[in-house]
Design a protein around this ligand. Structure first.
Ligand code: MN
Length: 349
């Protein structure tokens, strides 16, 4: 897991990672990323309490009591947990804050059982499963302009303008956001903003399942599913340190121009790529090559004195550099370039 506040003035993302769930589910796991907006209260509350609301709600408990707990009952249990959690959140937010809290949060997560992966999505964060060398599955973002979302919003007497709910909120499903959840005579799932998660169950494949990435829109704004998939699998050939891979994803997205908070969780299965000596060697050569190019560019200073970092980066961008990480490109090497630049710059004077 890694996260970064980035250019925003507040950090409103949170996350959960639990290996071995309570209530006897010690072979189950739960991972989630929450992207808060309008404050961090709801995202923080999700991080602390959402899982407990899922595992303790009667529908989920009943699903587990069934002889062979059916996939559909587990899915229903997760859904019921979300709806129950949101109702509870409303009372908490009204009690705790004299002015009703106006924050909300998306949620993307996976509940992993010994046999299945349950992808859970509410909002525009996204989860992706890499299997057998490709992106095998991706959750669908809940954007107000999606036909189904738009219909629900209009039925609740709202509008979608500038791709936003009532010209304001850029996401059509979220926890919290109660000022978008007060259309009279409508169920929770029929409001302008719905807390209903989309739950997809996938049977696990021990041989082919490689990894799952969960990330907020700050990541996906600048990386497509396939790009991130390629980047992660290439990094897993260079390092076994998942936290390092996550940090590199976040840094790369910052350099690719993301302006948002960024959070990413990476879950590795046994079928994932492993460190290969060839890839490690190529990586070391790439770093060496970049170091020498930065030194050469600095040495070529003209009348204007020492070239600035922007000039160095622009020069490198215009060149074809061998073995840049797929999906990450030069952006994924910018921290290396910056470090070398800062180290060499004083020597030039
Ligand atoms: Mn965001």
């Amino acid at each position: 897991m890694s996260s970064m506040q980035g250019w925003r003035s507040e950090m409103e993302d949170t996350h959960t990672a639990v290996i071995g769930l309570p209530r006897g589910l010690n072979r189950w796991s739960f991972f989630a990323v929450y992207d808060g907006h309008g404050g961090s209260m709801v995202a923080e509350y999700c991080c602390e309490h959402l899982l407990e609301h899922i595992t303790s709600n009667p529908d989920f408990q009943n699903a587990l009591r069934e002889e062979e707990h059916s996939v559909d009952s587990v899915k229903n249990g997760i859904r019921a947990g979300f709806l129950h959690f949101d109702e509870h959140l409303r009372t908490v937010s009204e009690k705790k804050h004299s002015v009703v809290d106006r924050s909300g949060s998306t949620a993307v997560g996976v509940m992993i059982s010994p046999s299945h992966i349950y992808f859970i999505n509410c909002g525009d964060s996204r989860g992706v499963l890499a299997r057998g060398g490709n992106v095998h599955f991706s959750t669908q973002d809940h954007k107000p302009s999606n036909p189904l979302e738009k219909t629900r919003i209009q039925n609740a007497r709202g509008s979608v303008t500038f791709q936003r709910v009532n010209a304001s909120l850029a996401v059509s499903r979220a926890l919290g956001d109660f000022h978008y959840k007060c259309a009279p005579g409508k169920d929770a799932t029929e409001q302008l903003v719905s807390p209903e998660p989309e739950v997809n169950a996938l049977e696990r494949s021990v041989v082919e399942d490689e990894f799952i990435v969960l990330a907020c829109d700050g990541i996906w704004d600048v990386m497509a599913n396939e790009e991130l998939d390629q980047f992660v699998r290439a990094r897993l050939e260079v390092t076994g340190d998942l936290e390092r891979v996550c940090s590199e994803i976040v840094d790369t997205c910052l350099y690719k121009g993301s302006r948002d908070n960024m959070s990413v969780a990476l879950i590795r299965f046994t079928g994932a790529p492993t460190v290969s000596p060839g890839a490690v060697k190529r990586e070391a050569e790439l770093d060496k090559y970049l170091e020498s190019r930065v030194a050469e560019i600095l040495n070529k200073q003209g009348d204007e004195g020492v070239p600035d970092l922007v000039h160095v980066l622009q020069t490198l961008t215009s060149e074809s550099i061998p073995n840049l990480p797929p999906g990450g490109g030069l952006a994924s090497k910018q921290s290396v370039i910056e470090a070398v630049y800062n180290q060499l710059k004083p020597i030039q004077k």
